[in-house]
Write a protein of this length. Structure first.
Length: 67
């Protein structure tokens, strides 16, 4: 683990419960935004095309069900 991460861990460990909840909420949103950006980039570059086509093929073959 790098020094910056170790320092962040120590700081988080020392947060009172109310601030820990605020941090947790912030980090969840932060992480979700990064994930969303990665998915958008993967879509743009075609990294998900094969998966999408496989899903379409399975649906066309009647192998899917309505949720």
């Amino acid at each position: 683990m790098g020094k910056a991460i170790e320092e962040a861990v120590k700081a988080v460990e020392q947060l009172p419960q109310d601030q820990l909840k605020q941090f947790r909420d912030w980090f969840q949103k932060f992480d979700a935004e990064i994930w969303d950006e990665q998915i958008k980039e993967d879509i743009k570059t075609g990294k998900l095309d094969a998966l999408a086509q496989a899903a379409i093929d399975e649906h066309s073959a009647g192998k899917s069900k309505q949720l």
